[in-house]
Design a protein around this ligand. Structure first.
Ligand SMILES: Cc1ncc(COP(=O)(O)O)c(C=O)c1O
Length: 418
């Protein structure tokens, strides 16, 4: 039989097919400030393993069945109790969908609400995963200018009115109001009230992504947009990724039944990982999660302070940066002519330091070349100090404005950097 040419899918891709995505893990530096990972040393392996064993002894047989499409009910009951206690959000287990992280519930909502060309408003720099998903659904992303208190009401209303005038009333507003990713601010109460009032005035739903709320190192609590609204227009998301581990892949959302039933329809793959849900549920229900959060907050507060001090030492005078009250990252602003996007891969190769530049978070994908996000959750305090020092050396080497240029004779080494 003659050999047929290799089969090609090129002409078969649907109009909705995603853009190609690189395989494998992106290269990581030893000083990994690129991704918002939690502290890896304090991960509660022992607690999770014994919690899992308890659950398996009690109801392990249920792994044989495809569970509830909204996810393991006892964990949803725990989430409902946590939301009531922590965020004054009064919902029941039936109002919650668990998912593969909070990324999957976000995906279900975008699939349910966003048609190509729909206007979606978001902060001027915003979580990269959401941007990727919204681009995938071909949303018309509109940035809302922010300052240290969050979205600014005047410009927000102007963006809404412009969209309406163009015949495209905004479909939804996406926000990370607490320890915003990547900018680090917490939206103040007056700003939250103003945002909710505008959403009500122009009848727009809000997606409140609150996955960093538990990681508070200082400052008081601010009520959720969900409770400030009270009309069902706020869809609330959170996750166990930052308070236990991203590898658990367990997050959740709550929304009114009218939306939840459509999201259930959008959910593929039957239930949610019951194995992980067993472990998280028994671990949390037995009272171990709250002390764990206190423990990681003490660790991560110290790491944040270490990074702030290192920035003061090595970036002082040439940059400004956020001082987040919680979360996992610091947002650094360099002089306007600096471009740390183009040199990122070279810096990683030269000094083993990973970071994400501003354009990764920009709605247009190009703005903010003079910004970078530095995450402090993963490395040890010593590594944080050394990594920031190395970064300053690399920036000087690359002639980043504000850092001066060092004669480029030798590659920076660990010794040179410290
Ligand atoms: C603001 C925000 N939302 C959602 C996520 C998704 O997290 P996961 O799917 O692990 O819950 C992240 C992860 O970094 C995030 O920063």
């Amino acid at each position: 039989m003659p050999k047929s040419p290799p089969f090609s899918y090129q002409k078969l891709f649907s109009r909705a097919a995603a853009e190609p995505f690189p395989a494998g893990m992106p290269p990581r530096g030893k000083y990994d400030f690129a991704v918002a990972y939690p502290d890896p040393v304090s991960l509660p392996y022992q607690g999770l393993v014994s919690a899992l064993l308890t659950a398996l002894a009690e109801e392990g047989r249920d792994l044989a069945i495809y569970g509830d499409i909204q996810g393991y009910r006892p964990l949803r009951e725990y989430v409902a109790a946590k939301l009531a206690r922590d965020r004054r959000i009064k919902v029941g287990a039936d109002d919650i969908i668990l998912g593969d992280g909070s990324a999957q519930p976000l995906h279900m909502v975008f699939e349910t609400l966003v048609d190509p060309g729909d206007v979606v408003l978001a902060e001027d720099f915003v979580y990269i995963g959401t941007l990727r998903q919204l681009r995938r659904f071909r949303a018309n992303l509109q940035p809302v200018p922010c300052d240290g208190e969050g979205m600014q009401p005047g410009p927000l209303e102007a963006v809404i009115r412009r969209a309406i005038a163009e015949g495209k009333p905004p479909k939804l507003i996406y926000t990370v109001p607490t320890y915003q990713n990547p900018q680090g601010w917490t939206m103040s109460l007056p700003r939250r009230k103003a945002l909710v009032a505008l959403a009500q005035k122009y009848d727009i739903p809000i997606l409140e992504d609150d996955c960093y709320w538990d990681l508070r190192y200082e400052g008081g609590d601010v009520p959720s947009l969900y409770t400030l609204d009270g009309t069902g227009r706020v869809i609330y998301f959170s996750s166990f990724s930052k308070i236990i581990a991203p590898g658990m892949r367990m997050g959740y959302m709550t929304a009114p039944p009218q939306l939840l039933e459509r999201c259930r329809g959008a959910k593929s793959g039957g239930s949610v990982n019951t194995f992980a849900a067993f472990a998280i549920h028994r671990y949390a229900k037995s009272g171990q999660l709250d002390p764990h959060i206190r423990e990681i907050n003490a660790i991560q507060r110290y790491k944040r302070d270490t990074m702030l001090q290192a920035l003061e030492r090595h970036f002082g005078g040439q940059a400004t940066w956020s001082r987040p009250q919680g979360g996992l990252f610091i947002w650094v602003k360099l002089p306007p002519t600096a471009d740390v996007a183009g040199i990122r891969d070279q810096v990683l190769a030269d000094v083993d330091v990973g970071y994400l530049p501003g354009p990764a978070f920009a709605t247009d994908g190009v703005s903010g070349k003079n910004y970078l996000r530095l995450c402090f959750g993963y490395n040890t305090p010593e590594e944080i100090g050394e990594g920031v020092a190395r970064l300053a050396v690399a920036f000087r080497q690359h002639g980043v404005p504000g850092f001066g240029r060092k004669p480029a004779r030798k590659r920076p080494t660990a010794k040179a950097a410290v």
